[in-house]
Design a protein around this ligand. Structure first.
Ligand code: CP
Ligand code: NVA
Length: 309
């Protein structure tokens, strides 16, 4: 059966560790692993804007010996004009894998059901699992381990980053805290799934309303935009609703003295995070952004190896 990566818990704890090990090896020797030699093509489809994801997949696929085919949905037949499953059947005859940034998780699931090549979620409304591989890699590099580390995510607890932190963090055996207003809590189903995973890995899941309580004594503080792609109409209300969750120096000071700060970027400086924090000594955002490349190369190499028939 074809392995896909649509959400963070599509891989086990052992598989997550294997992919992160591979990413570290591939980061040390960037051009040594070339499973796409040929070159084989990987389709990378964008329904939403992107800088990091577009660049890191394009560069990563080339590093792996392959050829990236970047498709903007608006200029394709996908998105109302042709179903995801018909698109998948056309693509699979010609490409080695399909990477897709989209809105609903259901479209990704339909794409995956319709094809024998791996489908990778490059961000949906619900999850951003490729970003989490990069974040975990960055935390591992800077803090030496993942299991037992505590991470507090502040802001929109219902957004893709918060929900991916729940699943991927639990898989890694981390203690994941989410602090959000009540109306922006993660979905009950994702919290239940993450809690079940954490029970197996020694991690834990805790939801907070009070940002100061969530950040107290943690190893890693994370935030993300308060206005995710697709939520632009709610911008004015959200800037007020999330005001108390801004990561500033005083809030970061409640974490461990050597705590690190992460943000998947792009950042709205002065809203979810102040400039002194994002540019400060505890911020590791540029390593995080670079690690998209290494983590996704490892993921693609791993999926291609798993799917050899
Ligand atoms: N972090 C992230 O996915 O960035 P882009 O939207 O620029 O791809
Ligand atoms: N939560 C953000 C992440 C951007 C990379 C969004 O979906 O817009």
């Amino acid at each position: 059966m074809t392995r896909h990566f649509l959400r963070d818990d599509d891989i086990s704890a052992a598989e997550q560790a294997e992919i992160l090990d591979l990413a570290l090896d591939m980061k040390r020797d960037r051009f040594a692993v070339r499973p796409l030699e040929g070159p084989q093509t990987v389709a990378v489809i964008f329904d939403k804007s992107s800088t990091r994801t577009r660049v890191s997949f394009a560069v990563g696929i080339a590093d792996l010996g392959g050829s990236p085919l970047i498709i903007a949905t608006a200029s394709s037949q996908l998105g109302g004009k042709e179903t995801a499953s018909d698109t998948a059947r056309v693509l699979e005859r010609q490409v080695a894998a399909i990477v897709w940034r989209t809105y609903g998780q259901a479209g990704l699931e339909e794409m995956a059901r319709g094809t024998t090549v791996p489908v990778v979620n490059a961000l949906s409304d619900d999850f951003h699992p490729c970003q989490l591989l990069a974040d975990l890699l960055t935390i591992r590099e800077h803090r030496g381990a993942l299991a037992g580390q505590s991470v507090a995510f502040l802001g929109d607890g219902a957004c893709n980053m918060a929900q991916s932190y729940l699943l991927a963090g639990a898989t890694a055996g981390m203690h994941v805290r989410i602090a959000s207003p009540a109306e922006f809590s993660p979905s009950d189903a994702v919290v239940a799934d993450a809690t079940a995973i954490a029970a197996q890995t020694g991690g834990s899941i805790t939801l907070y309303r009070d940002p100061a309580e969530a950040v107290a004594g943690v190893d890693v503080v994370v935030t993300d935009t308060w206005v995710s792609m697709g939520k632009e109409d709610e911008k004015a209300a959200r800037l007020t609703q999330f005001g108390a969750y801004q990561v500033d120096a005083a809030l970061l000071a409640l974490a461990k003295p050597d705590a690190h700060f992460l943000h998947c970027l792009p950042a709205d400086r002065g809203f979810e995070v102040t400039a002194d924090v994002i540019d400060g000594a505890q911020s590791i955002i540029w390593d995080e952004a670079e690690n998209r490349l290494h983590a996704q190369k490892a993921l693609l190499a791993w999926l291609l190896a798993k799917n050899v028939s």
